[in-house]
Design a binder for this molecule. Structure first.
Ligand code: HAM
Length: 419
C-alpha cells in the first residue's frame, strides 16, 4: 500500500462538522463590523520578509524564530504572514489611503503562520479575525475598537472573559523607561533566566512575560511603563478609560502587559478567557502610531486588534449545530432521474433538499433521510405517484408533483431546522 499522508504538524483540517461553528463566528464579526463602518480588506498570504522585520521588529520572538521564510526562484526572501497589521499598513501606504477620509477602518479574516511549539490552542497555521483603524489618534478610536471586540466575544457567548489594558507610551518615553528597566534587571542579573538575561539590551520588556520564578520575583519590584507616561500619553489613557467606563466595559489596568510585537505605542490591551489553558489570549491589540511611517508612508497613527478564531472556538462550549435538510426525496431505481429533477426544483425554491446517491433500497433511503435530519420526505413510487411524509409526526399524504414546492413548504408549516 502507498504511504499515507497526514496534515503537517501544527496544522489541521476543517471538516464540515466544525465549519458551521466557524461560519457563525465569521458572520457575527461581519455583522458587527458592518454596523461600525469597517470595510473588508484582504492582503496576500506571503509578503517580503523585510516588511515583518521592519514592521513587527527584529527583536521580537515572531521575527527572530517564528516565521516561515523561504527564498523564491527570483532569490527574493518571502515570509508567510505571521500577523496582519504590517501587511495592512503596507497596503494603506501602497494604495495612498491617507488621501481618503480618515480614519480608514478595515477588518479582515484569514490564515496566519507562526512556527511556535504546537499545543492546545497554538498552531503553525491559525486563523485571525481583526480590525485596523488607521489615520486618527483620537482615544475614540481605541475605545471603539475595544468595545467592538468586547461586543463580539459577548455576542458569541465566550465564557470567563477578562480584559487587561495598559499604555506603552511613545517611543521617546519608552526609551527612557527601557533604560530604567535595564538598570533594574542588571541589578538582579543573577536571579534572571538565561533567556531574559540574554535580552536585557535588546528587549528588556519581554521580562514581564517570563514564567520562571526567578525572573517573576525580580519583576515584582520592577518599574512599570504605565507609571512613567508623559502628560499627553497619560491623558490619552485616561480618556480611553472614561469611554470604556461609559460603555460598561470592565477591564483591569495592568502595567505588566507587554505585547509580542514592537510597533505598539500608547494603548495596548488583551482579552483572555479563563476557560482556556496556558494559551489563554483570545485576542489583543493596541495603538501603533509609528508603523505607517516606519513602512515609508506619511506619519499616520493607527490602532487595531486581532482575535484567534481557534481560541474562540475552544473557549466556547458549543455553537448552534449545522441546519438540517428540509426535504429528502426517495425514489425506486426507475425514478431516480425524476428525484434528481425534483431536488433541483426544491433547491431552486430555496429549500435544503437531498436525494440518495449511493444506490440504497427505499428502506435505506428512509434511514438516510432520518440520518440527515430531513423534516419531510417526498416518496416517489414505481407507478408515477408520490407522497410526502412529515418525519416528526409520521403523517403522510398524497402529493401532486406539479406543485411539489408548495406542498412541501406548507406541509407541517415552516421548514424545520433552518437558521
Ligand atoms: P497577537 O496577539 O500576536 O496580535 O495575535 C492575536 C491573536 O491571535 C492571539 O490573541 C491569539 O488568539 C491568536 N494567535 C496568535 N498566535 C497563535 C497561534 N500560534 N495559534 C493559534 N492562535 C494564535 C497580532 O497578531 C496583532 N497583529 C494584533 C493587532 C492588530 N495589533 C494591532 N492591530
Amino acid at each position: 500500500m502507498a504511504e499515507r499522508f497526514q496534515a503537517p504538524r501544527g496544522t489541521f483540517d476543517v471538516l464540515p462538522t466544525s465549519s458551521h461553528a466557524r461560519a457563525q463566528v465569521h458572520d457575527a464579526a461581519a455583522e458587527i463590523f458592518a454596523r461600525a463602518g469597517y470595510g473588508r480588506v484582504e492582503t496576500p498570504i506571503f509578503e517580503s520578509t523585510e516588511l515583518f522585520s521592519r514592521g513587527v521588529g527584529d527583536a521580537t520572538d515572531i521575527v527572530r524564530k517564528e516565521m516561515f521564510t523561504f527564498t523564491d526562484q527570483g532569490d527574493r526572501s518571502l515570509t508567510l504572514r505571521p500577523e496582519g497589521t504590517a501587511p495592512i499598513a503596507r497596503a494603506y501606504v501602497e494604495h495612498g489611503m491617507h488621501k481618503l477620509a480618515q480614519p480608514v477602518k478595515l477588518w479582515y479574516s484569514g490564515s496566519y503562520f507562526r512556527h511556535e511549539r504546537p499545543q492546545a490552542g497554538r498552531f503553525h497555521q491559525f486563523n485571525q479575525i481583526g480590525a485596523e483603524s488607521i489615520g486618527s489618534d483620537s482615544p475614540l478610536v481605541d475605545a471603539e475598537l475595544i468595545v467592538l471586540l468586547d461586543g463580539f466575544l459577548r455576542e458569541l457567548g465566550v465564557p470567563g472573559v477578562r480584559l487587561r489594558l495598559s499604555s506603552l507610551g511613545t517611543t521617546e518615553t519608552r526609551a527612557t523607561y527601557r533604560e530604567e528597566l535595564r538598570k533594574h534587571l542588571r541589578a538582579h542579573e543573577s536571579e534572571l533566566s538565561h533567556d531574559v538575561r540574554e535580552r536585557i539590551d535588546e528587549n528588556p520588556l519581554r521580562a514581564f512575560d517570563a514564567d520562571d520564578e526567578g525572573t517573576k520575583g525580580v519583576m515584582e519590584s520592577a518599574p512599570m511603563m504605565v507609571d512613567r507616561l508623559d502628560r499627553d500619553d497619560a491623558e490619552h489613557l485616561a480618556e480611553v478609560r472614561t469611554l470604556l467606563d461609559q460603555a460598561g466595559v470592565t477591564y483591569e489596568l495592568d502595567g505588566t502587559l507587554v505585547r509580542g510585537l514592537d510597533y505598539y505605542t500608547r494603548t495596548v490591551f488583551e482579552f483572555e478567557s479563563s476557560s482556556l489553558g496556558a494559551q489563554s489570549a483570545l485576542g489583543g491589540g493596541g495603538r501603533y502610531d509609528g508603523l505607517v511611517a516606519a513602512l515609508g508612508g506619511p506619519a499616520t497613527p493607527g490602532c487595531g486588534w486581532a482575535a484567534g478564531i481557534e481560541r474562540i472556538l475552544l473557549a466556547l462550549d458549543e455553537l448552534g449545530p449545522a441546519p438540517s435538510i428540509d426535504v429528502f426525496v426517495t425514489a425506486p431505481d426507475g425514478r431516480r432521474d425524476r428525484a434528481f429533477a425534483i431536488v433541483r426544483e426544491l433547491r431552486g425554491a430555496g429549500l435544503r433538499a437531498e436525494l440518495d446517491q449511493a444506490g440504497r433500497s427505499i428502506k435505506g433511503q428512509m434511514k438516510q433521510a432520518d440520518r440527515v435530519g430531513a423534516g419531510r420526505v417526498v416518496i416517489l413510487d414505481d407507478e408515477g405517484g408520490a407522497a410526502v411524509r412529515d418525519m416528526k409526526s409520521g403523517e403522510q399524504r398524497e402529493l401532486d408533483l406539479a406543485r411539489v414546492v408548495e406542498a412541501v413548504s406548507t406541509n407541517g408549516g415552516e421548514a424545520d431546522g433552518r437558521s
